[in-house]
Design a protein around this ligand. Structure first.
Ligand code: GZL
Length: 307
């Protein structure tokens, strides 16, 4: 059971083990399941007791989970906010309860930086610019117009907002590149396929698809093939994540370029948690290491891919 370590601070279990409450977005994509595995495996290796909750991509479920962790007096809370906004109230409740919070994967837009100790995750704007730079190069000799469509992540999510912004910052000013349509596909294969079907019905001549994650790109591939077109040839595809299924499609020539977004945040998260619980200062922002893959690089990397 838990004992109150006094001072209203959160209590660990009697055996001094750190207890972490983790609120996960959901299980919407290959990236997400790899991220969950990384968090769970790393907690076990770090000797941290993990209370894990899956919010099925609903903000109200994450808020409920955080409130439960507060009532359980966990030592630390970590979560990946499904959307950027609407967290100040519950994060103030955690702060008032003396429970430190770490943001992982996605950011919140709260101006009050005292509501969390650190944010570990990718720079999604940079990921969007990497995708845009590839498109600019790929179509450098094309006379234009280059007709593009975009499958966005779930509305309001930091990666959806920032990947869109980064991509547009590279191509938006060049009149050759035309964004015919840009809609949310919620980071899932099913929705990505559905929205791509609609794009194909409304636009006869699409040259490029930018999907904010592999899973939506894989759903779109099904729609493109059903429409009798060759993904990666008739319609070039650039995605973000570099999960195994995406890398396989890249190696098979159905995707043309993938910007990596690493889900393996677990080890760094547990190290940061130990430091925070011990009262040590930690950097405000911890960036993840990630790269990009061409079709050739995917063939070489696939055998060693951990997720
Ligand atoms: C990005 C992460 C995104 C992935 C998607 O860090 O939040 O959510 O790109 C996942 O695959 O669903």
């Amino acid at each position: 059971g838990s004992r109150n370590s006094g001072g209203g601070a959160a209590a660990g279990k009697d055996d001094g083990k750190i207890v972490m409450g983790f609120s996960q977005v959901g299980a919407e994509s290959g990236w997400r399941t790899a991220n969950t595995k990384s968090v769970q495996d790393s907690a076990r290796e770090a000797g941290i007791e993990l209370k894990f909750s899956d919010a099925q991509q609903k903000q109200e479920n994450q808020i409920k989970a955080i409130r439960t962790f507060i009532s359980q007096k966990v030592d630390i809370i970590a979560f990946s906010p499904v959307v950027e906004s609407g967290w100040d109230t519950v994060l103030k409740e955690a702060k008032d309860a003396g429970i430190p919070v770490i943001l992982t994967d996605r950011a919140v837009d709260s101006p009050d930086k005292t509501l969390y100790k650190t944010f570990i995750g990718s720079d999604f704007v940079v990921e969007g610019t990497k995708a845009g730079e590839w498109v600019k190069k790929e179509f450098a000799s094309a006379a234009g117009p280059v007709n593009m469509v975009e499958l966005q992540g779930n509305t309001g999510a930091a990666p959806a907002i920032d990947r869109k912004e980064g991509f547009a910052s590279v191509l938006g000013s060049d009149p050759k590149f035309k964004m015919l349509a840009s809609q949310p596909g919620d980071f899932t294969r099913v929705k990505g396929k559905e929205v791509m079907e609609a794009f194909l019905r409304a636009n006869k001549d699409i040259d490029l698809l930018y999907a904010h994650n592999d899973d939506m790109g894989l759903g779109a591939i099904e729609a493109i093939e059903a429409a009798g077109k060759k993904p990666g040839v008739d319609i070039k595809i650039v995605t973000v994540d570099a999960v195994k299924d995406g890398m396989q499609a890249l190696a098979d020539g159905k995707i043309n370029f993938i910007v990596e977004c690493s889900p393996l945040l677990g080890p760094q998260l547990m190290e940061l948690a130990k430091k925070v619980v011990a009262g040590e200062t930690v950097p405000e922002r911890v960036l993840t290491e990630e790269t990009t893959f061409t079709q050739e690089q995917a063939k070489a990397a696939l055998p060693d891919r951990k997720y």
